[in-house]
Unconditional design. Structure first.
Length: 82
């Protein structure tokens, strides 16, 4: 559930995990729960699709456009499962 005190009226944070209700990752269903680690490691749990996506690996420094590329990959995986 959203941690209202941490973000005010926004429902993006749910206690050590981000909730996709605010469309942190466009194209991924609203019920997704996102855990984000260092080097763009991510775990995305999508209950409505019975899906868990895990991105392992580590990226040092800033890579231009990486966040958008990963968001697109997660969106395409969800579209393929639907």
């Amino acid at each position: 559930t959203p941690a209202r005190h941490a973000w005010g009226d926004r429902s993006a944070y749910g206690g050590f995990a981000y909730l996709n209700a605010d469309r942190i990752i466009p194209g991924v269903p609203d019920d997704a729960i996102i855990m984000s680690g260092g080097g763009r490691q991510r775990t995305v749990v999508v209950p409505s699709l019975d899906l868990v996506i895990v991105r392992l690996g580590h990226i040092n420094g800033q890579v231009f456009g990486l966040a958008d590329t990963l968001d697109e990959v997660f969106s395409r995986i969800c579209a393929a499962v639907r």
